[in-house]
Design a protein around this ligand. Structure first.
Ligand SMILES: *Cc1c(COP(=O)(O)O)cnc(C)c1O
Length: 592
């Protein structure tokens, strides 16, 4: 099985989380879904990648909402043997002075067009390891910062070594966010100069060589969001630094050979780590920036923000995209297959949707997708939504900057709008178990939903995951997004909606700065530079005066709504997809 993948050189794509399929809980949100879509597009486009992630046997968590509207977290264990096969190779990394053994599972991602891509899920739950080390790869985003650092050593250092042990030929390393940045240190060791040839004043480490091998995609638009570790902690956990001066004194070839082995087993000296990762603490983003020739943000706006945050670095912009087949509902797949065949391989063809697909056919596909959502809501909550009344959808990680409560910030105003032209709301999302603010928001949303009873039906679907996301982004009429600027690096759920002809109503941040053509692909809330405190009013005004009148046909433009649906498909789905994203990574980052 592995033999199918090791004969040609590949790009190693490192990600802490990856959404492979709904039954495998190795993802928490947008970052993992992006990693999954990356591999799905690679499969369709026959780009040779190999993904490296952690097996996360205990998953993220399953969310239940109790009678008070509070999030209750349940573990979700999965057995990798159900979906993947264990590989023979094992390697060890030193952690806290012990050898921690790492094995891997091979998951073969099979694309809907027959393409296949290998995914390695690293696993420390091996008999060789003591108990606490066996748990390093159990909990996605669990534990304290020591636990997180150990996970990042396993991912970055362990991942690079295991790829080599398995016989993979790697032409490029792509870090999806800074979690994997320690891979750069492992490469520095691997490509260290032979000590006897190091000239005075020259480093043992060949940073330019490693930079040629690495690409880095940053996802975090604020300083506080970046992973950092105190050097005391790093020293304690990584330990075992290489004494570079002693290396340089080595003269004969045998000793040099041994020293290279030592370099490969030990760690890069701390003076070098400090130079690359920051004086005060080990900043994973800075480390990744310094060891990658190609760096990008995930939307144009985000690349600008990143340049300001890290002056002196060239940051390209590769706007995210979503996987066409995965995020398109059955009814729309059929529609596109009929009118724009091979759209799945070349989603650019969807630019023609506005002229080539009859309005009635688009509407009928939407009615079907909406019915699927209404059924799902009924099964999960017992609530019957009305098929003729527009549904606003909002679902994503529940955390303060996403402002899920913005729509409910003035309940009286909202009631006035709804009495005039009714609408319904469907919400979903998990809060990280340690995000108290996020959990309070979930509780608050439930209270607000109760306050609106009888006037605006508001449903909260528990345990948001890929399957619920698929039904939601296709079945609602309007996709709402109200982040605090500039915290939404990209956002991708609105792109998923576009594939299903669902227009976005969103604050101008992340991808929407590029995706919004007012009244054509959806609508903006406020303006790009807008003050955040005016957003609630801007949202109510737009909903009341533009969006709902157009939906109900009171805008003097009876076909207007379907026109916007087609605008979302032809202008946005055709562009904001992961095929375009991967073609750009291939031509700009992987081949250079
Ligand atoms: C797409 C997706 C996300 C990301 O949503 P954003 O609006 O980009 O934050 C999160 N969770 C799941 C399950 C998704 O499918």
């Amino acid at each position: 099985m592995l033999d199918d993948f090791i004969h040609e050189s590949r790009v190693a794509y490192f990600s802490m989380e990856i959404a492979l399929r709904n039954e495998i809980p190795t993802y928490a949100g947008g970052l993992g879904v992006l990693a999954g879509d990356t591999m799905r597009s690679a499969a369709d486009l026959a780009l040779p990648l190999v993904a490296v992630s952690l097996v996360s046997r205990a998953g993220y968590f399953r969310q239940e909402i109790d009678a008070q509207g509070r999030q209750v977290e349940h573990p979700v264990s999965w057995d990798p043997a159900d979906f993947a096969r264990p590989l023979d190779a094992k390697i060890a990394v030193p952690i806290e002075g012990r050898a921690v053994w790492i094995g891997a599972w091979l998951y073969v991602l099979e694309g809907h067009m027959g393409g296949r891509q290998p995914v390695l899920l690293l696993d420390t739950d091996l008999d060789e390891n003591r108990r606490e080390d066996r748990e390093i790869t159990h909990y996605l985003y669990g534990g304290d910062e020591t636990y997180r650092l150990k996970q990042e050593i396993v991912l970055g250092v362990g991942g690079v070594r295991l790829l080599q042990a398995l016989g993979f030929k790697i032409r490029q390393y792509h870090m999806n966010e800074g979690h994997a940045a320690l891979l750069g240190l492992q490469l520095l060791r691997r490509h260290a100069r032979t000590p006897e040839f190091v000239r005075p004043g020259e480093s043992l480490y060949d940073v330019p060589r490693v930079r040629e091998l690495c690409s880095f995609t940053t996802h975090t638009p604020v300083e506080a969001g970046h992973d950092r570790f105190a050097y005391e902690l790093v020293q304690r956990v990584l330990g075992n630094a290489v004494d570079v001066e002693a290396m340089k004194r080595l003269t004969n070839a045998a000793e040099a050979q041994r020293s290279r082995l030592a370099i490969d087993e030990g760690f890069v000296e701390f003076a070098t780590i400090r130079q690359l990762a920051g004086e005060d603490s080990l900043n994973m983003t800075r480390l990744a920036l310094n060891l990658s020739e190609y760096v990008n943000g995930v939307a144009k706006r985000h690349a600008e923000v990143s340049k300001k945050m890290f002056p002196g670095y060239q940051v390209h912009a590769v706007t995210n995209g979503v996987h066409p087949f995965t995020w398109t509902a059955e009814s729309f797949r059929k529609l596109y297959d009929r009118y724009l065949p091979s759209w799945c391989h070349e989603p650019e063809l969807l630019t023609r949707a506005d002229c080539c697909i009859p309005d009635a056919a688009v509407w009928e596909a939407h009615v079907q997708a909406k019915q699927v959502l209404i059924e799902k809501v009924r099964t999960l909550t017992g609530i019957a939504l009305h098929p003729k009344i527009p549904i606003l959808g909002f679902a994503r990680r529940m955390t303060a900057y996403k402002r899920p409560d913005l729509l409910f910030s003035d309940l009286e105003r909202l009631k006035v709008i709804a009495r005039n032209r009714s609408f319904q709301v469907v919400l979903a999302g998990k809060a990280h178990p340690r995000d108290e603010g996020g959990k309070r928001l979930i509780e608050q949303l439930h209270a607000q939903a109760r306050a609106l009873e009888g006037i605006v039906p508001v449903v909260y679907l528990p345990d948001y995951d890929m399957d619920i996301a698929k039904v939601l982004v296709a079945g609602v009429d309007i996709w709402l997004n109200t982040p605090l600027r500039p915290f939404e690096a990209s956002g991708t759920s609105g792109m998923k909606a576009a594939f299903n002809g669902v227009p976005s109503l969103s604050v101008l941040d992340g991808w929407w700065v590029e995706g919004c053509i007012e009244g054509v692909t959806g609508w903006a809330i406020g303006n790009a530079a807008g003050a955040d405190d005016g957003d609630a009013r801007a949202l109510y005004d737009k909903l009341e005066q533009v969006v709902l009148p157009l939906y109900y046909g009171y805008s003097g433009d009876p076909g207007g709504w379907v026109k916007v649906m087609k605008g979302a498909i032809s202008k946005n789905a055709s562009y904001f997809n992961s095929h375009r994203m991967m073609r750009r990574y291939a031509t700009e980052a992987y081949i250079r």
